[in-house]
Design a protein around this ligand. Structure first.
Ligand code: SF4
Length: 499
């Protein structure tokens, strides 16, 4: 099988990971609940792998964790350690064969399972390595390619050494959880773009040995009876085993560049990163937004749920009352992660209902965390006007998203971004608001309490911390960039795919 650039780019995904080493516990059940708490990170498929002292097995199912797994599965999945994965993907790859964890057992003495969150940007080169080693390419998934390369390294090395040899050749944003018959490994790339945390199980065993868990977000710990310990440091491999936890370095260059999008949108508000909860940062973003772009209005209305903390901050700072003018149907998936545009658009009306008694005749300032494609904002503004709002002022608690994400978020082309190549007045017209203002780049960084250098801000600035292969940005994404070295607005060439 030849891997085309377009194949593996289409498989970019953003997911939730969980891992646990606890021989005395029902590890599959802990993993089930860990994934349940991480459901917001992916709703298309879920999987759990368990390890005994000589086997690694997995069950993978489409849909929500609670749809895919039942008590019988948990009974079948017996072991001393487990990992789990929730997934969402782009169009075309919502199929069971792409559900993780993947199990690699061609060497029956050293089976392992892998679950991945992120996107590897040099998969074609890694695939070439496999081909050169005589391995038939049976999948275009970056996780599969990584797993096969790991298998090759494991022929001659232990897991930590194998990872230390392989990871410097792997480029991109990644967190892996890897399960073997002896341990769970939590791996975070040198830039630390995606989150990964460690927790300790309370009263973990009868003999008092401490047992550990890892998860994409610390919000998974409370439900499984664990407490947050620390983040996996960027560029580290942490081994969870009978010996407790051990840290190893990935011998590769990189400096911490945490994804700003995680912070203002994707993390569950109660998850802790960089020493604070996402909730507290979002409230400060809302305060900063109110200082930068006040609105002459009667009420502050959040777009629930992701806009709510920023709306609280905006209301606190502006002194305007906060009211719930939009009610969310909690049983509809996030529109942002539906695979197709058509479904996204239908999703907005399925998801929100306006409250005429709250907003009727009022000038409202509506707070949302971001505008990606713009279709949601446009429909919401219309819905609020139809419900009687006199004026709708839109305030966004992040800067305009002008560039695609190549590191695992689901906006991989300039064409789908409303702010790519558009000025504020054009976007304002397109979403139909009386006024539209974004939080500034300086403002969002200030609200985090951290330095700008600690973040990936590429979707705002076009400065990608991990170099993107030229062929990828120019061929796959059909773009000619303006002559200012990637900082300016892109121009589509109209060519469909150059693979
Ligand atoms: S480009 Fe944007 S969404 Fe992608 S990793 Fe960077 S900050 Fe996050």
């Amino acid at each position: 099988m030849d891997v085309r650039l377009s194949d593996w780019v289409a498989a970019r995904e953003k997911c939730g990971l969980f891992g646990v080493y606890a021989p005395e516990r029902t590890v599959a059940k802990l993993t089930f609940y860990g994934l349940f708490a991480l459901q917001h990170r992916g709703q298309e498929s879920a999987g759990i792998a368990v390890a005994t002292s000589d086997t690694v097995t997995a069950i993978r199912r489409m849909g929500l964790v609670t749809q895919g797994f039942n008590e019988e599965d948990i009974q079948v999945l017996k072991g001393k350690a487990a990992i789990g994965h929730t997934r969402y993907s782009t169009t075309g790859s919502s199929v069971l064969k792409n559900a993780q964890p993947f199990v690699f057992d061609s060497d029956p003495k050293r089976p392992f399972a892998i679950a991945h969150n992120g996107n590897l940007v040099n998969t074609p080169e890694l695939s070439d390595e496999l081909k050169a080693a005589g391995v038939e390419l049976k999948s275009t998934s970056d996780t599969w390619v990584f797993g096969k390369l790991l298998e090759l390294e494991l022929r001659h090395h232990d897991m930590v050494t194998a990872l230390q040899r392989l990871l410097p050749r792997v480029k991109g944003a990644y967190c892996f959880v890897i399960l073997t018959t002896e341990a769970v490994y939590a791996v975070r790339d040198p830039y630390g773009i995606r989150p990964l945390s460690l927790g300790v199980l309370e009263s973990s065993s009868l003999d008092g040995a401490e047992r550990y868990v890892c998860a994409s977000e610390s919000c998974a710990f409370g439900l499984v009876g664990a407490t947050f310990l620390r983040e996996v440091p960027p560029g580290h491999i942490v081994r969870l085993s009978e010996e407790g936890t051990e840290d190893f370095r990935i011998p590769a260059e990189g400096e911490s560049k945490f994804c700003m999008f995680e912070l203002f949108y994707f993390l569950r508000p109660d998850s802790e990163v960089m020493g604070q909860t996402a909730y507290s940062v979002r409230v400060r973003m809302g305060r900063q937004l109110a200082r930068e772009s006040p609105a002459d209005a009667d009420l502050v209305i959040p777009i629930p749920d992701s806009g709510t903390p920023a709306a609280i901050g905006f209301a606190q700072e502006s002194g305007l009352p906060l009211e719930h003018g939009l009610i969310k149907n909690r049983y509809v998936y996030r529109t942002f992660i539906e695979p197709e545009q058509e479904l996204r658009e239908k999703g907005v009306r399925l998801k929100f209902s306006p409250m005429p008694e709250v907003i009727g005749g009022k000038r409202i300032v509506v707070i949302d965390d971001s505008i990606v494609r713009g279709s949601t904002s446009n429909q919401l503004v219309r819905m609020l006007r139809d419900a009687g709002a006199r004026e709708v002022h839109l305030r966004i608690s992040s800067p305009p998203i002008r560039h695609p994400c190549f590191y695992g978020f689901d906006f991989g082309t300039y064409e789908e971004l409303i702010a790519a190549g558009a000025d504020l007045a054009e976007i304002e017209r397109e979403v139909g608001a009386d006024s539209l203002r974004y939080l500034s780049l300086e403002g969002i960084v200030k609200a985090t309490g951290h330095a700008r250098e600690e973040f990936c801000l590429a979707c705002f600035t076009g400065n990608y911390p991990i170099p993107i292969p030229g062929q990828l940005s120019l061929s796959k994404f059909m773009l000619e960039r303006t002559a200012d070295n990637g900082q300016g607005a892109p121009v589509a060439t109209g060519e469909e795919e150059a693979g």
